[in-house]
Design a binder for this molecule. Structure first.
Ligand SMILES: CC(=O)N[C@H]1[C@@H](OP(=O)(O)OP(=O)(O)OC[C@H]2O[C@@H](n3ccc(=O)[nH]c3=O)[C@H](O)[C@@H]2O)O[C@H](CO)[C@@H](O)[C@@H]1O[C@H](C)C(=O)N[C@@H](C)C(=O)N[C@H](CCC(=O)O)C(=O)O
Ligand SMILES: Nc1ncnc2c1ncn2[C@@H]1O[C@H](COP(=O)(O)OP(=O)(O)OP(=O)(O)O)[C@@H](O)[C@H]1O
Ligand SMILES: N[C@H](CCC[C@H](N)C(=O)O)C(=O)O
Ligand SMILES: [Mg+2]
Length: 483
């Protein structure tokens, strides 16, 4: 593509050199640059991309986008100065990959919990209707039925637009994506045209990055502030920030709720370990999901599908065919009557919700044994609260290791234990080895009990000092329960 064509997407402060050149590719990482590419320098949390401009040129970059012009420009290289690299990168990336979001309907889901569930269920619903669909999510990305592994919830702007470009080229009519707070703050989604946005809820997470709940809220809200007039916003009235999210949006606002009058109104009629009986806008439906929070997730899926033009009755039939998402309330049953639930709850709120859902079904007829840890190099403040929430709603708690990353597992465990009082401690064990922790829970469990293994859900690794070792909660508990 001609550089001139790409530059139509942005308003550069100045251009030095020839802009009538062919660009073979675009990159934000000097290590990946190939000959004839445009390298875009971004300021990050660890490094400043400007420092890598010489490296990018030596690898063959012929054009450079930057906020600060270099003191000694290299002969024959075109420099484009912009005010805001983060904003420019998204816009250039989406132009380079053929403006995919003008060819398909893109819906973004944001909020602390429920993004993967809602985005995945929307993807499954629209595939059930017979469309080709794309999915961008924490667990895996999909271009219709082709899985593409991912490391992120919302990928970097180049990867994101390349994926969306492939979706549009391969005939996807819809794409559903998770929009993480990091991606909004870092403008990974700049330049994308959303047909709709969904808000789930806001509770504490990621304060290592955003520092305050206020900043975290602002990041989420910006997604709705930036939605265009012809898009819809679908917000959760049951969350205290539901209407805050949409107060400055130009998009058309719709609401969903399990409690109050709203455009999409739901109720849980019955709940058991096999599923729930729900009422959505005065239609009854049986689903294979457990927990009020999942009723809320399904209601968001219902609302979004209707807002995308589907008939309520058809959507309800589709919802009744859906299965839980991998690692989200994923149940394993032993022949001796013990139920283990593998769940991705890695925030205090998610943990409380999952435990409430378990108690809602157990009705006091069995004990709850919770195995939980917290990730290293992430929000430290949530650790003691997670331990406390686990202790409040469990008969036994085993505090263990999650992904320690570059921290010492025992330090993370100690941060968690600091949230417990003497009474909590009497029912708590700490076992740093996650396999041993799960084994102990299985040994403690008796007929009718439920073991909750929280925090890692679908993850099939444990990340220790930069290395991912194979580890899969579901695999472990399945083997131990059936030994
Ligand atoms: C803290 C954070 O979000 N970091 C993300 C951010 O990187 P950064 O800004 O810190 O990058 P940096 O290392 O400072 O480098 C700055 C620039 O120099 C460039 N560089 C760097 C080195 C070099 O040799 N050459 C070079 O060109 C880098 O490519 C980059 O463009 O931008 C990168 C590109 O988009 C991301 O890959 C990276 O994600 C890191 C790996 C990460 O762990 N992110 C997590 C926290 C994250 O984003 N999580 C969210 C939410 C999770 C959830 O709750 O679901 C997600 O959406 O996944
Ligand atoms: N609507 C909800 N409200 C509260 N908790 C929820 C909700 N939906 C799911 N959860 C809990 O949060 C966990 C994560 O769910 P999910 O993966 O859908 O969230 P997410 O927003 O994608 O998370 P991430 O930030 O890691 O991408 C689930 O395993 C469940 O415990
Ligand atoms: N995407 C989230 C998931 C956390 C999952 C938990 N297992 C952990 O490693 O902390 C994050 O990166 O904060
Ligand atoms: Mg997710």
């Amino acid at each position: 593509m001609l550089l001139n064509e790409l530059l139509k997407a942005i308003q550069p402060v100045q251009i030095a050199g020839d802009s009538n050149i062919e660009i073979a590719g675009i990159n934000i990482d000097s290590r990946l640059v190939e000959a004839g590419q445009l390298f875009m320098a971004m300021r990050g949390t660890q490094a400043d991309g400007h420092a890598y401009i010489p490296a990018a040129i030596s690898k063959g970059a012929t054009a450079i986008l930057c906020e600060d012009m270099p003191e000694k420009p290299v002969e024959g290289i075109t420099y484009i100065q912009v005010k805001d690299s983060e904003d420019a990168v998204g816009k250039i990336a989406t132009t380079f990959y053929g403006d995919p979001t003008s060819k398909l309907e893109l819906v973004g889901v944001t909020g602390t919990n429920g993004k993967t569930t809602i985005a995945t269920l929307l993807y499954n619903t629209f595939r059930y209707f017979g469309y080709k669909v794309g999915l961008i999510s924490t667990v895996c990305n999909y271009i219709d039925d082709e899985p593409i592994p991912t490391e992120h919830t919302t990928p970097d702007p180049i990867t994101l637009n390349r994926l969306l470009g492939r979706m549009a080229d391969e005939g996807c009519k819809y794409a559903f994506m998770e929009v993480s707070s990091h991606s909004i703050a870092q403008k990974r989604i700049s330049g994308l045209k959303f047909a709709g946005g969904i808000f789930t809820n806001l509770t504490r997470d990621h304060l290592d990055y955003h520092k305050t709940v206020e900043n975290y809220l602002k990041a989420k809200k910006k997604f709705f502030d930036d939605l265009p007039k012809n898009a819809f916003s679908l917000t959760n009235l049951d969350d205290k920030n539901g209407l805050v999210m949409t107060q400055n949006t130009r998009s058309k606002v719709y609401t969903y709720s399990l409690r109050s009058l709203s455009d999409f109104k739901g109720r849980v009629l019955e709940s058991h370990f096999e599923g729930m009986l729900l009422d959505f806008n005065n239609h009854e439906l049986a689903v294979q999901f457990i927990g009020k929070f999942n009723a809320s997730n399904l209601l968001a899926v219902f609302g979004a599908a209707v807002l995308l033009g589907k008939k309520e009755e058809d959507v309800l039939v589709a919802l009744s065919t859906l299965h839980p998402v991998a690692g989200r309330f994923d149940a394993v049953r032993s022949k001796d009557g013990v139920t283990a639930i593998v769940d991705y709850a890695h925030t205090p709120d998610a943990l409380t919700n999952v435990l409430n859902a378990i108690h809602g079904v157990l009705e006091g007829k069995g004990k709850v044994i919770t195995v939980v840890g917290a990730g290293g190099n992430r929000d430290k403040g949530k650790r003691p609260i997670m331990a406390k929430e686990a202790a409040k709603a469990s008969d036994r708690v085993i505090i263990t290791s999650d992904n320690p990353r570059f921290e010492e597992p025992q330090d993370i465990i100690n941060d968690m234990l600091a949230g417990l009082d003497a009474e909590d401690m009497r029912k708590t064990l700490s076992i740093a080895d996650r396999k041993e922790a799960i084994r102990t829970a299985c040994m403690l469990a008796e007929k009718g009990d439920v073991i909750l293994i929280a925090g890692k859900g679908h993850e099939n690794y444990q990340e220790i000092k930069g290395v991912k070792h194979h580890f899969d909660d579901k695999e472990e508990v399945k083997r131990m329960l059936n030994d």
